[in-house]
Unconditional design. Structure first.
Length: 471
């Protein structure tokens, strides 16, 4: 009996159906006895595996459900079906080994309605498939990789489909050029579309931010630089660009603030940035990166790096600075988040993953900087109060972590903790009211000192009083 069944199962992954066995003269009772003796294993009702032992994997479940839809014919006999039943969606992704999606059942697609028992794990889809959208994988009909990803994009979030698409390209399951043929997948990976000319890019920026296309243009290059740098996971983003990634309607910033999540000093960190990013290309643009020396700002050593974006390798189109801090003290782990760019431009990624400075540390930096003496008398960092007001208004933060971050920063800067957040200096409030409304991107209500300081005091002053008592 086993020899007979084995001949049938040989061409269909070691599986045999009850109907196929009956055609060979093997009755259900014989199959049950073989299961009891450990010679067969029941995969699902009406389908058996030719080996006993532990249960098979999810791929075996997919094959068994596919066989059960036409149990009398062997797998090879179904290859020329005019209306085939095809493995699709999450099940197809599982067959290809792409993405990390929960299967949620066995997905099968056909042009006709598929009838199945309600207790089976089958999820049936009625769709028309072109023959080029069907691929045979080890004897099993599966939607092509591109069609699989397009179907998944109808139901799954961008990040899941993006991960599956990258897996497919990296594993050689699908050439990157296939993405450019699919409007659905180009929305997921716009960087694989043909990049526009430089002049076309400038025009697109006018559409993105008509009031200030120049700012949108410069932000585009900073974000593309970060996206490329994100391939090196030890970098952490802080400062104004960090808040652009976290806040609604933040003020504009022209530069980047970075540090390595390691004990390296500023100069060594800047050196590594040059090594990693000088000559890096994104689309039509190449970045040149040069260190311009170190400065001391308060308690921090900062290395300055100049970045120039070149179009087609020679035309300078944008310039910005990167401040690289060394040996930054963290009171919480950096948070890696997906950053979405303002503009979705063909040929360039519209999102990337980057590690962000803990918001508690960022807020502590802002509060300390407002009161620090930088050798010029009282601080003139009016934007720090504006940023702090936005943070306490929009973001959640951990109060114990913030308290410890404040304690550390006041000690490092050798500053006295201000019990109730007084005005940072004579005339500071009046100057704030004149300066902050003119900063790019600022807007009411926190463009007035009273509103901004009132919001910060309400959240922070009680904690500062506790710290002052403990000092």
């Amino acid at each position: 009996m086993l020899d007979v069944l084995g001949a049938v199962a040989l061409g269909q992954w070691g599986l045999v159906t009850t109907a196929q066995a009956a055609k060979e003269g093997v009755i259900p009772r014989d199959l049950s006895r073989a299961v009891d003796r450990g010679l067969l294993r029941r995969v699902r009702h009406g389908v058996y595996a030719m080996h006993g032992g532990a249960a098979g994997d999810e791929i075996e479940d997919i094959r068994a459900e596919w066989l059960a839809f036409d149990p009398t014919r062997q797998a090879w006999q179904r290859r020329d079906d005019p209306v085939p039943i095809v493995v699709s969606d999450e099940s197809a992704a599982l067959v290809y080994g792409i993405g990390d999606l929960p299967p949620g059942g066995v997905h099968l697609t056909a042009e006709r309605r598929l009838r199945h028992a309600p207790k089976t794990p089958v999820i049936a889809h009625r769709r028309r498939l072109h023959e080029r959208e069907i691929t045979w994988v080890d004897g099993l009909p599966v939607t092509s990789v591109r069609r699989t990803l397009e179907d998944l994009a109808q139901r799954w979030e961008h990040a899941h489909v993006l991960a599956a698409t990258r897996d497919a390209i990296a594993a050689g399951r699908m050439p990157a050029a296939e993405v450019s043929k699919s409007p659905i997948l180009l929305a997921v990976m716009p960087e694989l579309a043909p990049a526009p000319t430089h002049q076309s890019l400038k025009q697109r920026m006018k559409n993105v931010r008509p009031a200030d296309p120049g700012a949108a243009f410069n932000e585009f290059f900073r974000m593309q630089f970060l996206g490329r740098l994100g391939q090196h996971p030890s970098w952490v983003l802080k400062g104004g660009s960090h808040l652009i990634c976290r806040l609604r309607s933040p003020r504009a910033t022209k530069d980047l603030d970075l540090f390595l999540d390691t004990p390296d000093d500023a100069a060594a960190s800047a050196e590594l940035l040059v090594v990693q990013m000088d000559g890096a290309t994104v689309g039509r643009y190449t970045f040149t990166v040069r260190s311009t020396g170190t400065v001391t700002e308060g308690h921090l050593d900062i290395a300055r790096v100049k970045v120039v974006a070149l179009a087609d390798g020679h035309l300078e189109v944008a310039t910005f600075s990167v401040d690289v801090s060394g040996s930054v003290i963290l009171n919480a782990d950096p948070v890696r988040e997906v950053i979405h760019t303002e503009a979705s431009i063909p040929g360039y990624p519209n999102q990337f993953s980057f590690a962000l400075y803990p918001i508690e540390n960022q807020l502590a930096d802002k509060l300390c900087a407002m009161y620090q003496d930088y050798g010029r008398g009282h601080s003139t960092r009016y934007h720090d109060l504006y940023d702090a007001a936005l943070i306490v208004d929009q973001l959640e933060f951990n109060l114990p972590i913030l308290k410890e971050a404040l304690r550390v920063q006041y000690e490092r800067r050798n500053m006295v903790i201000p019990r109730d957040l007084p005005e940072p200096g004579p005339g500071w409030a009046d100057t704030y009211n004149r300066v902050v409304p003119r900063l790019a991107g600022t807007r009411p209500p926190f463009t007035t000192y009273a509103e901004a300081m009132g919001a910060v005091r309400a959240r922070i002053a009680p904690m500062l009083a506790e710290l002052a008592d403990e000092q």
